[in-house]
Ligand binder design. Sequence first.
Ligand code: ZN
Ligand code: ZN
Length: 358
Amino acid sequence: MPHSHHSHSGQFCRHAKDQLEEVVVEAIRQGFEVFGLSEHAPRYRIEDLFPEESDLSPLALAETYDSFLVVAAALRRKYADQITLLLGLETDWITPLDSDGISRTLVSHPEIDYIVGSVHHVCGVSIDFDRDTWLRSVWQARQPTESSTMRPSSSSSNAPPTLIPLDPSVPEQQSGYTPSLTELRPFLLAYFDAQYDLLRTHQPEVIGHFDLCLLWTPGVVLRSDELEGVWDKVERNIRYTIGYGALFEANAAAIRKGWTTSYPSREVLRCILDGGGRICLSDDSHGVSYVGLNYLKMRDYLVGEGVRDVWHLVRASERREGDQVVGGRGRVVARRLSEWKSHPFWPKLEAAQADRRA
Ligand SMILES: [Zn+2]
Ligand SMILES: [Zn+2]
């Protein structure tokens, strides 16, 4: 569709590529009409930095996010007659510092239109950095003292968690280990509890990759008997999200990471649709070559699952009849796009992507 609500650039994110303006120009070229710039929130503890950020400090990350807003706002003005750029922030949810940081950032930056509510950590450990790190987070969630994802204390360690070597005495932490459903259960419970906390505390306008917790185990059925209690939490989170009007993003990055579907996976998507939840589209691009990537596959998946309308965010100042309220912040509203599967955007995107490959 002509929308994406989730993107990054190498100018402000070390694990992405390219300048923000190059990303925007590519989105225009492919025919996007609404493109959300949702750079990652700063992280607040030294141990939450990623290996590629080892020369940085939490303060530097905060300054980087601030400069992102300045550049993004300038690009919004520069390209206003060609594309609607929305300014966003993708959350992290590691410790209470992240929650305080989200609140502070939203207050001091009224130009932020919306947040993408994402959970990338369980028990303080990244779940999507790589598989080994994810194994540690699964293992950590099974430890009696680490049942909560939001660890209150800030440790004084200088080593980011991603750099802590796997413990060779723990078989479940070794590369290639496949946790059983019973072993996965505490991890999944903790993930969906963290997500629920995030939803209740900040009412994100867009729910980022709802089931990122399944990244490394795409076949897992969340309703399995061995995962007792997990599906209840999934349903609870979906109900809560629908209740305040947020959009669930269909996020194409899952396909790039080897899934046959976008996020959310079938089981979750069907539950969202059954409850009347609203879907929006995101490429979660991390550079020019990721813009619109796998959008056609994502369209086919969503159409196959019966997604009749997609929604996109609109700044509240442009609200018109039929637009729907999204959460309590009031900076954006949601607009429906029907007949989206036959929108002229698709052939244009296809042609633009063929050009890029040529
Ligand atoms: Zn990222
Ligand atoms: Zn994310």
